[in-house]
Design a binder for this molecule. Structure first.
Ligand code: DGY
Length: 317
């Protein structure tokens, strides 16, 4: 963790930090949480009923991620423990990365770089690593929250793309106009888009939003980009579709069971793989960490967290 964030926390609390970045087993985590009022999570720690039962002093768990599928919110609410996350501060950086991954995938950037580095480039030819166009193509976004809207704006205004989106609920007309985006069903989006970007939160309901049936609806020339969470895509079905060229390519920043990656994906050349880095710039990671610290200080010192996920535990105001 950024030393300056630890220092900020130390102005208010007695802090035990894992600056050696050791992997703590769940037993060690529970042991280290004894007598602690707050947990600062960098995103991976599972907080569920059994951890809460074993850590009775815990009052708040603050994650520096926007995604909080490592928190069992129902169990936290039942235990009267506040959950907070870090939205907004990573929106533009993550949307930038979504676009970077889309472009690298559609234009075969990493595949062609590997070819060049391997000394295989002996002559130029007109069809060397031909990819698919981004400008003027159709962009489909599944999940039109803040990050999805950021990607839509980049597509519509930066690259002249036709933007289709699908979301649990349709956006209001002003927001749709601000991203030049058109609401369609998931099926229509999958059939029409040249590039599909996934930006939905993970839950039991969103698991395998893209599986064999959905991949079958996509164009054989299409690309699929996942910057949401592992498990939103059925990685096994995707690896098969990519190997049979039923879709052209995929760009994946998140994986089922990460940091393990399905061996079938690692073997393929038509997939760009990155290790969950969509929000990874220094200013953004610092802003995320500071927001997580602000939530701990806001709640434990002032009684007012900034971004509560289960505000009902705060009681009537
Ligand atoms: C987030 O903020 O959810 C990113 O995926 C980092 O975990």
């Amino acid at each position: 963790m950024f030393p300056e964030v630890i220092e900020r926390l130390k102005q208010h609390f007695c802090v035990l930090s894992n600056q050696a970045d050791e992997t703590w087993s769940s037993e060690r985590l529970v042991e280290n949480l004894q007598g602690k009022s707050g947990l600062f999570s960098t995103g991976g720690e599972r907080v569920d009923a059994s951890l809460l039962a074993a850590c009775p002093d815990l009052k708040i768990c603050s994650t520096m991620a926007v995604g909080y599928n490592n928190f069992d919110i129902d169990a936290m609410t039942a235990a009267g423990v506040l959950a907070t996350n870090a939205p907004d501060v990573l929106t533009e950086t993550t949307a930038d990365f979504g676009f970077a991954l889309l472009m690298a995938t559609a234009r075969r950037v990493t595949e062609s770089e590997h070819f060049l580095r391997a000394g295989m480039w002996t002559r130029w030819s007109y069809d060397l690593f031909v990819g698919s166009d981004i400008h003027g193509s159709t962009l489909g976004i599944i999940g039109m929250g803040r990050i999805g809207q950021g990607i839509a704006r980049r597509g519509a205004f930066g690259f002249g793309m036709r933007v289709l989106y699908h979301n649990r609920s349709r956006l209001d007309a002003a927001t749709e106009a601000s991203c030049k985006a058109t609401y369609v069903s998931k099926q229509e989006l999958l059939g029409a888009a040249d590039h599909v970007v996934l930006v939905i939160p993970y839950s039991d309901a969103s698991r395998h939003t893209i599986g064999a049936a959905e991949l079958a609806l996509m164009k054989p020339t299409a690309t699929l980009i996942n910057i949401a969470r592992g498990g939103i895509v059925d990685d096994t079905a995707l690896a098969l579709a990519l190997s049979e060229r039923r879709i052209a390519a995929a760009g994946l920043d998140v994986f089922e069971g990460e940091p393990q990656v399905l061996p079938g994906l690692l073997k393929l050349s038509n997939v760009v793989l990155t290790p969950h880095i969509a929000s990874a710039t220094i200013p953004t990671r610092l802003a995320m960490a500071n927001l997580a610290a602000d939530n701990l200080i806001g709640f434990l010192v002032k009684g007012k967290p900034l971004t509560a996920l289960n505000p009902s535990v705060l009681g009537p105001r």
